[in-house]
Write a protein that binds this ligand. Structure first.
Ligand SMILES: Nc1nc2c(c(=O)[nH]1)N[C@H]1C(S)=C(S)[C@@H](COP(=O)(O)OP(=O)(O)OC[C@H]3O[C@@H](n4cnc5c(=O)[nH]c(N)nc54)[C@H](O)[C@@H]3O)O[C@H]1N2
Ligand SMILES: Nc1nc2c(c(=O)[nH]1)N[C@H]1C(S)=C(S)[C@@H](COP(=O)(O)OP(=O)(O)OC[C@H]3O[C@@H](n4cnc5c(=O)[nH]c(N)nc54)[C@H](O)[C@@H]3O)O[C@H]1N2
Ligand SMILES: [Mo]
Length: 749
């Protein structure tokens, strides 16, 4: 006992921890790291929250009748505490039963969500390893963050690297750039977070440097908050989901004014002529002019002309936030951005070309050597299958239904058992009332969670997991030059166990322990992972400290690369030798492969297709709901560590508020045909009219009348996919109505 101080890591940054008599008393951002002090400071409240699950629990009727009881009572019935052996026996028996009676595909275990920054105890990694070792399962393929990009970019650029790991370094924008046009903006709140956690939050500094050098910024977003504080930027506020039209019109302008870089297009792209015929209207009779884009986007044509004048010369970086592709036809804005950058001809040059995600996550555009953060290897899921990540509710409701997915057909499995460890579907999934219905269908639902989240409350069997602070791990991201030791700082809270330990005990019962743990315990695994880091160092001639030294010092600073990264510079330097992995070896502005799929919702070149739900087809009292990431949380994480004196805030423009008699601070109700939730009105003078902005992050809590009480906007979002190509999450295409909350809403609280 006594006081100890050590460093560790979360997805929201590195911290120094003070532990007094076995309790985390204080957490502060690691000095100089730039991590957010509120998010880091909330760690003691989070870890020692009264929402922690102290013991394993089983739903009352499931305990009494087993899976025959049916799913209707989930979330309503009492959860009964049981001892660990009993809980593990039930889980093991259920896994065996479903495997024997229905086969591996009836076990659903994608477990989407972020859980911990530690790379060994990462719950989602562990559960997928375990279920594969146990004989196979239905996995979730791709992700919510950039599902549409993940599918379209390999057809265009040969890989999804430009969204998953590669980006032109900010320092080249400062040294060589003239203009940054950021579609979806550069929202500073998003730089608090990195997948895997980072030792440095560099973007505010990088932007300040670029601005000081005279780089001009244009922010294209309905929300003025998407301009970093203190940055002098031009704001263009289009209707949500209309960016593709603006990008295509700029490309058209380049063609008709003779600014298109024919030499670049000839040497590095294929299919430009087909795209050009579309842009000039030769194929459909509609030239994609600035006037055309103005009518679609609601942006004055003079503003679009000024934007064109701004980008027609100088070194121009075109960036798109990931949010743009989380919408109906979300493949199109990313493809259109690559097309516009191709027409301008600066791809592969420092400070120019295109980039995805500068405004989406910390460490995008940082300079770092990849490959030093060790990753756990997966176990082949050869008897299982995968479905698109966002399709799980649809799959639970429609076993046997066939969907198209990037040129393949996928037949939904008959899901009988759900295993979720490290995610919160009752936070993240769209159309939560549909998810509620889908959640009643499986026979058995098992959840590992440290806290009583809405998902944990709706399980049959809940196993309490430790948090990062209660176990040893290694964390970091390849986009940041640090690797962190994450030492066990406190004992497990209550009877919580590590996800790894839980799966080990289950693997023992199922007879697959050796396949799952390879005979190694936590310490041996961490040392094995560190050997991977050492091997990477040996390849590159970089001196890596030994494990003991690394652990003692708390983190290791990976030496910076000699040259800052420039996306696709290799390809630019040598288009034959470093050909892209597309059929043509070039950037595809028209794709024969996609043409071959014949999808009406994803044509063979970047195209404007009106969204299913947007201001272009709204009734006069409907508004477009943008649901962005929460400022001081990581998704649903940290919600329980903050005080809430009312439901989450929704931003509304003054004219829309006035029309409805809504005042700042009013309790409001948002609704559409899918559902309803409460929120607290926040009048935002600079928000585009017709748009509401409400962050995700609230814990789902439906009231007796079905209205969600905490402000979880996913009761309003649609479960439609981006297209048959990506089957991605399209949460950002949703129309809603809003009014002051009636008395019934208030009485219930
Ligand atoms: N409307 C709308 N919806 C969206 C989005 C949007 O933009 N708009 N964005 C989407 C995106 S990009 C994402 S990434 C998702 C986020 O998806 P979510 O699933 O909501 O993400 P988290 O809240 O990070 O979920 C992680 C869960 O793991 C738990 N956990 C933490 N540590 C551990 C551990 O060690 N073990 C176990 N077993 N559990 C642990 C946490 O308590 C939490 O419940 O939301 C998506 N949903
Ligand atoms: N603080 C914090 N940071 C996070 C996260 C978090 O939970 N908390 N989550 C992380 C994760 S998992 C992810 S995937 C990324 C997500 O990164 P993004 O998806 O890029 O982030 P969002 O905040 O959802 O959206 C960014 C901005 O896009 C704008 N926008 C939305 N729709 C449109 C549109 O149609 N056109 C234009 N021009 N603009 C639009 C919105 O105004 C919004 O503020 O964020 C990461 N960063
Ligand atoms: Mo994400």
């Amino acid at each position: 006992m006594g006081t100890t101080a050590r460093t560790s890591l979360t997805h929201w940054g590195a911290f120094s921890a003070t532990v007094v008599n076995g309790r985390l008393e204080k957490a502060e951002p690691l000095a100089g790291s730039g991590a957010d002090p509120d998010m880091i400071g909330a760690l003691p409240a989070l870890v020692h929250s009264d929402q922690r699950i102290d013991r394993p629990h089983v739903r009352r009727s499931f305990l009494e009748h087993g899976h025959h009881t049916g799913g209707a009572g989930r979330g309503d019935e009492e959860m009964v505490p049981v001892d660990w052996d009993k809980a593990l026996d039930i889980v093991a028996a259920e896994l065996i039963r479903v495997h024997v009676d229905h086969g591996p595909k009836s076990v659903f275990g994608g477990s989407y969500g972020w859980s911990s920054a530690g790379r060994f105890h990462h719950a989602r990694t562990q559960v997928r390893r375990f279920l594969a070792a146990a004989g196979g399962f239905t996995d979730q393929v791709s992700n919510y963050s950039w599902g549409a990009a993940h599918a379209i970019l390999p057809h265009v650029l040969g890989s999804a690297d430009s969204v998953s790991r590669a980006a032109t370094a900010w320092e080249t924008i400062a040294s060589d750039g003239d203009v940054v046009v950021a579609f979806g903006g550069l929202n500073a709140k998003n730089w608090r977070v990195t997948s895997g956690g980072a030792g440095h939050h560099h973007i505010p500094e990088a932007i300040a440097k670029a601005a000081a050098k005279g780089v001009k910024f244009v922010i294209v977003s309905p929300l003025a908050d998407d301009i970093p504080l203190g940055l002098d930027a031009t704001l263009i506020r289009p209707r949500p989901n209309s960016d593709t039209a603006i990008m295509l019109a700029l490309a058209h302008e380049a063609i008709v004014t003779g600014r298109a870089d024919r030499a670049f297009l000839d040497r590095y792209t294929s299919g430009f002529e087909i795209l050009a015929d579309y842009l000039t209207g030769k194929t459909d009779g509609t030239p994609k002019t600035l006037d055309w884009a103005s009518a679609i986007s609601g942006v004055e044509v003079t503003e679009l002309r000024t934007l064109w004048e701004t980008i027609r010369q100088g070194r121009v970086m075109l960036s798109a936030a990931w949010a743009l592709q989380r919408a109906d036809h979300g493949e199109q804005p990313f493809w259109a951005l690559v097309a516009l950058a191709s027409v301008l001809g600066q791809i592969g040059l420092p400070g120019g070309g295109f980039c995805f995600g500068y405004g989406s996550m910390n460490a995008v555009g940082a300079s770092a050597r990849g490959g030093y953060v060790p990753a756990m290897k997966g176990i082949a899921n050869s008897r299982g299958m995968g479905i698109p990540v966002a399709s799980f509710a649809d799959a639970f409701l429609n076993p046997g239904k066939e969907i198209f997915f990037n040129g393949r057909r996928v037949r939904y499995p008959d899901v009988r058992l759900v295993y979720w460890a490290g995610g919160n579907p009752f936070h993240h999934a769209q159309d939560l009332r549909k998810v509620e219905a889908a959640w009643r269908r499986p026979e058995t639902i098992i959840v590992h969670e440290p806290w009583w989240t809405p998902t944990a409350k709706r399980a049959d069997i809940v196993l309490p997991a430790t948090t990062t602070l209660e176990r040893n791990d290694i964390g970091g991201t390849s986009r940041d030059p640090h690797v962190f030791a994450m030492p066990r700082l406190i004992d497990p809270v209550g009877e919580a166990r590590d996800d790894f330990a839980i799966f080990r005990a289950l693997a023992e019962r199922l007879g697959c322990r050796q396949t799952f743990d390879e005979g190694l315990d936590e310490q041996k695994w961490l040392r094995r992972l560190w050997k991977q880091t050492e091997a990477r160092g040996a390849e590159e001639g970089i001196n890596v400290p030994d494990f003991e030294t690394f652990w003692q010092e708390g983190f290791w600073n990976v030496p910076l690369p000699e040259m800052p990264e420039v996306l696709l510079s290799d390809f630019r330097a040598d288009p034959e030798g470093a050909a892209l992995a597309t059929p043509s070896g070039r950037i595809e502005l028209h794709s024969d492969t996609i043409a071959g799929f014949g999808y009406d919702d994803c044509p063979a070149h970047p195209s404007w297709i009106a969204p299913n739900e947007w201001l272009g087809n709204a009734e006069s009292d409907e508004l477009h709901l943008v649901t962005n990431q929460p400022a001081k949380q990581l998704h649903s994480q940290l919600y329980q560590a903050h005080e809430h004196n009312g439901p989450v805030a929704v931003r509304i423009a003054p004219v829309d508020a006035d029309a409805r008699g809504v005042r700042d601070g009013d309790r409001v109700r948002l609704w559409n045909a899918r559902g309803a939730c409460l929120a607290t009105a926040k009048i935002d003078e600079s928000l585009r009219a017709g748009v509401l902005v409400m962050p995700t992050g609230a814990w789902f809590e439906p009231g007796r009348d079905g209205t969600e009480r905490n402000g979880n906007p996913n009761v309003l979002t649609s479960d439609r996919r981006t297209s048959q190509l990506a089957q991605g999450c399209a949460a950002l295409s949703a129309l809603v109505r809003i009014e002051r909350a009636g008395r019934s809403g208030e009485e219930e609280r």
